[in-house]
Design a protein around this ligand. Structure first.
Ligand code: ATP
Ligand code: MG
Ligand code: FE
Length: 332
């Protein structure tokens, strides 16, 4: 089974090949145009996807040493994501499937983030809980099988990646700020500052309150000392990261106890965060969990995870026809 997979939901144009469930080549073109705007500009994203998609797919095929005529199916990200961005990948995938007369497979981007765990060893055993933390989502997912998943908790407002990025922006760091906060936090004191956490019922998250909390805190401190941010940058990053990570893990622990699951995974862009990885490993020792953390390459958006999802759907012959379109608010 040879799957060509295409990812274009946000600001990464990516293509990958999976042969019998093994990801051979994962090509990612990250769009730098957005850096000047402090966030992803949807119109620029779709234009960049249009420019990148042909060379990226070409490189993925060549790198895997596969001719397009050998392909068994084409998989693409149907959603969730930006409409204009998704449409580029969807149109390209549809045209390719039509031209080669092979099946077309739609993939849910958030399911694919979780299925990234099946690219390399060790692989989690079912059922497991996955904390999916990215730029647009914060979810606790109960994974019963490859394609059988249930969201048991999620954010009611902002995603945690958004909170990282917005905090970074307030500190005057570039975009995307998450990785920068991570780097500076490693030299800072996580206990130095405290920020108010919003208490949420059940397994729900909320990250909009802490964003406002940080904003007011910085405003007040800057009134007293205009160099407050630059003088305390590392401690600020460490304290913000510590607060966000502990909010994430508190609900994850609650979910694990509630569902009596000891296989715990994390996925999505924020799972690259070193503070989260360290704290998760510590909690795992306490709670007797087996934790699964994907390789950095498969944390943020990539087509390798789409290829993996495509492989599982191919095995179940879950194909779609040419009437399919992108679905920006796709659920699962
Ligand atoms: P979604 O998957 O919800 O559609 P997305 O695809 O934009 O959103 P990803 O590419 O999975 O999200 O992740 C990007 C997010 O991950 C950004 O918010 C970025 O700041 C954050 N991120 C990446 N690396 C780190 C890190 N080391 N620490 C904290 N955040 C990080
Ligand atoms: Mg991205
Ligand atoms: Fe993503």
């Amino acid at each position: 089974i040879k799957i060509l997979a295409i990812e274009s939901s946000c600001d990464e144009t990516s293509a990958a090949i999976a042969v019998n469930g093994k990801v051979l080549n994962n090509i990612i073109a990250t769009q730098s145009v957005h850096e000047n705007y402090g966030g992803v500009v949807p119109e620029l994203a779709s234009r960049a996807h249009q420019l990148n998609i042909v060379p990226v797919v070409d490189q993925a095929l060549k790198g895997a040493n596969i001719d397009k005529n050998e392909l068994s199916a084409v998989a693409f990200t149907r959603g969730p994501g930006l409409m204009g961005a998704l449409l580029v990948g969807a149109s390209f995938a549809k045209a390719t499937a039509l031209a080669l007369d092979i099946p077309l497979i739609e993939v849910n981007h958030m399911q694919a983030h979780i299925l990234a765990h099946f690219i390399d060893d060790p692989k989690p055993k079912f059922p497991f809980l996955c904390l999916t933390v990215s730029g647009g989502h914060t979810q606790i997912v109960l994974v019963k099988d490859f394609l059988e998943m249930e969201v048991v908790g999620e954010t009611q407002d902002d995603a945690v990646g958004e909170a990282f990025d917005k905090a970074a922006k307030m500190l005057g760091l570039g975009y995307p700020g998450g990785p920068m906060v991570d780097r500076l936090a490693q030299k800072g004191n996580p206990m130095r500052f405290e920020f108010p956490k919003t208490e949420m019922p059940g397994l729900s998250y909320s990250f909009s309150g802490i964003k406002t909390g940080i904003l007011y805190f910085l405003r007040d401190e800057l009134k007293k000392d205009e160099k407050f941010i630059e003088d305390n940058m590392n401690d600020l990053c460490a304290s913000i990261q510590h607060t966000l990570v502990s909010m994430l893990l508190q609900k994850l622990r609650k979910a694990a106890r509630q569902y009596k699951v000891d296989q715990i995974a994390i996925a999505g862009g924020v799972s690259a965060n070193s503070g989260l990885r360290n704290a998760l490993n510590d909690l795992a020792t306490q709670e007797n969990w087996q934790v699964y953390i994907p390789a950095f390459e498969y944390c943020t958006d990539n087509a390798g995870m789409i290829a993996m999802a495509g492989h599982f759907k191919y095995q179940k012959q879950e194909f779609v026809d040419q009437s399919i379109s992108a679905l920006p608010r796709m659920k699962f």
